[in-house]
Write a protein that binds this ligand. Structure first.
Ligand code: PLP
Length: 394
C-alpha cells in the first residue's frame, strides 16, 4: 500500500519539539461547560481606561491610520525613556535604545532570534512563563531550567545558576514579578545576579511586564538600573497587564544600540511596526494612565489577600505573592498531579485553573490561580475548591 503523506515530517524541528500551550487546553475545555469560574486567564478583567481608549478614537478621527517608523512613534519612545528615567533613573536614548513591538511576546521572540546561535544555552529560572522555553527553542537555542522552590519564596541565587553554567551559556532570562509564582527579587538578590551575569559575560533578558504590579512594601527593582547592567540587559515591558491593554498588542524593548538595531532589523521585515492606534493609546497611558493603574493595583491587592487567606485556610501550602496577579499553591498534599487536580476540579466543581506543569517541569505539584477576576468570583471559586478538597483528597 502506498505510504500516506505525513505533513508533520516537513515541519521544522523547532516547531515539532514544542508542545501546544498548557494554558489554552484548559480554556478550550472550560469554554464548552456551563457555570465555570475561571481563575485560569492571565489577563486583567478591567477594560482599558477610557482616556486611553479615547486617545485612540481621536487619533482615528484625525486620520492616523498609516505605518509608523519601524522603531515606533518617536513620541512614544520619548515617553518610555522619560518614564524609565523618572522611575528608575535609567538613561535610554529614544533614537537608538528603544524598539516598540507587538507586545512583549514579539519583543521576546526577536530578542532571542537576534542573539542566539544554534545550540546556545539560555538559563531560565523555572517555573516560568510558558513562552520562555518555546521562544528559546524556536530561535535554535537550548533552554536550561534552574529550579526555583517554594521554600525559598521562588527566588533564585547565583549559586543555583552557577550549577548550570557551561561554555555554551549565552543568556539569562528572568521574569520578576513572576508569572506563575508571584515572586519578586529584592535589590540584594538582583545585585548578586548582576555580579553573576558580569562574571560569565551573559546577556540578561529581563521581562518586567508585571513591574508595576507589586503589593505592600515591595518595590519593583528594574534590572537595568543596577550598576553596569544597562548595557548587557534587554529589558522587556508592555501595556497589556498594567494598563489592561492585552488586546491592543503593544510592548517594547530597551537595550544597547547594537542589540536594539539587530532586533529592529528582524522587526522591519516581519512586523514593520506595531499598530499606530495602539502606539497612540500607549502615549496617553504613559502620560495620564498612572492613576487608573494604581486603582487597578489596589483592587488586585484586595483580591490577593482574599485568595491567599482562603487557600491557606484550606490547608494548601502557599507562598504569599508579592507581585503580578497569580498565586501558585502547592497541591502535593492532595495526592494528585497538577494536571489531574486541574482536570478533576474543573469536572467536579467547574473551577478552571492551570496545572503547574504548564510552566515547566519544576512547576509540577502546584497549580496557578489568577486573581484578575472579581472578589465575588474568587469567593465562590474558593468555596467550590474547599468542597472539592473535602471530597477528593487521595
Ligand atoms: N511575559 C509574561 C511574563 C506574561 O505573563 C505575558 C502574558 O501573559 C507576556 C509576557 C506577554 O505579554 P504581551 O501581551 O505584551 O505580549
Amino acid at each position: 500500500m502506498e505510504k500516506k503523506n505525513d505533513w508533520n515530517d516537513r515541519l521544522s524541528p523547532g516547531v515539532r519539539s514544542i508542545a501546544p500551550s498548557g494554558i489554552r487546553k484548559f480554556f478550550d475545555i472550560a469554554a464548552q461547560m456551563d457555570d465555570v469560574i475561571s481563575l485560569g486567564v492571565g489577563e486583567p478583567d478591567f477594560v482599558t481606561p477610557w482616556s486611553i481608549r479615547e486617545s485612540c478614537v481621536y487619533g482615528l478621527e484625525q486620520g492616523y491610520t498609516s505605518y509608523t517608523a519601524n522603531r515606533g512613534l518617536l513620541e512614544l519612545r520619548e515617553e518610555i525613556a522619560r518614564r524609565y528615567h523618572q522611575v528608575y533613573q535609567t538613561d535610554y536614548d529614544p533614537q537608538t535604545d528603544i524598539l516598540v513591538t507587538v507586545g512583549v511576546s514579539e519583543a521576546l521572540d526577536i530578542a532571542m532570534r537576534a542573539i542566539l546561535s544554534p545550540g546556545d544555552e539560555v538559563l531560565i529560572p523555572e517555573p516560568c512563563y510558558v513562552s520562555y522555553q518555546a521562544c528559546t527553542i524556536l530561535a535554535g537555542g537550548v533552554p536550561i531550567a534552574v529550579p526555583a522552590k517554594i521554600e525559598k519564596e521562588f527566588r533564585i541565587t547565583p549559586e543555583e545558576l552557577e550549577q548550570h553554567i557551561t561554555p555554551r551559556t549565552k543568556v539569562l532570562l528572568i521574569g520578576y514579578p513572576n508569572n506563575p509564582t508571584g515572586a519578586i527579587m529584592t535589590r540584594k538578590d538582583l545585585l548578586a545576579i548582576a555580579d553573576f551575569a558580569e562574571k560569565h559575560d551573559l546577556i540578561v533578558i529581563s521581562d518586567e511586564i508585571y513591574g508595576d504590579l507589586t503589593y505592600g512594601e515591595e518595590e519593583h527593582v528594574c534590572f537595568s538600573s543596577l550598576p553596569n547592567m544597562q548595557e548587557r540587559t534587554i529589558l522587556l515591558n508592555g501595556f497589556s497587564k498594567a494598563y489592561a491593554m492585552t488586546g491592543w498588542r503593544i510592548g517594547y524593548a530597551l537595550g544597547n544600540p547594537d542589540i536594539i538595531a539587530a532586533m529592529t532589523k528582524i522587526h522591519q521585515y516581519t512586523m514593520l511596526c506595531a499598530p499606530i492606534t495602539a502606539q497612540i493609546a500607549a502615549v496617553e497611558a504613559l502620560r495620564h494612565g498612572e492613576k487608573y493603574m494604581k486603582n487597578m493595583v489596589s483592587e488586585y491587592d484586595r483580591r490577593r489577600r482574599l485568595i491567599y487567606d482562603g487557600l491557606t485556610k484550606m490547608g494548601l501550602e502557599c507562598f504569599e505573592p508579592k507581585g503580578a496577579f497569580y498565586i501558585f499553591p502547592s497541591i502535593a498534599s492532595t495526592g494528585y498531579t497538577s494536571n489531574e487536580f486541574a482536570e478533576a476540579l474543573l469536572k467536579a466543581e467547574h473551577v478552571a485553573l492551570v496545572p503547574g506543569s504548564a510552566f515547566g517541569s519544576c512547576g509540577e505539584g502546584h497549580v496557578r490561580c489568577s486573581y484578575a477576576t472579581s472578589i465575588d468570583k474568587i469567593s465562590e471559586a474558593l468555596n467550590r475548591m474547599e468542597n472539592f478538597l473535602r471530597n477528593h483528597r487521595r
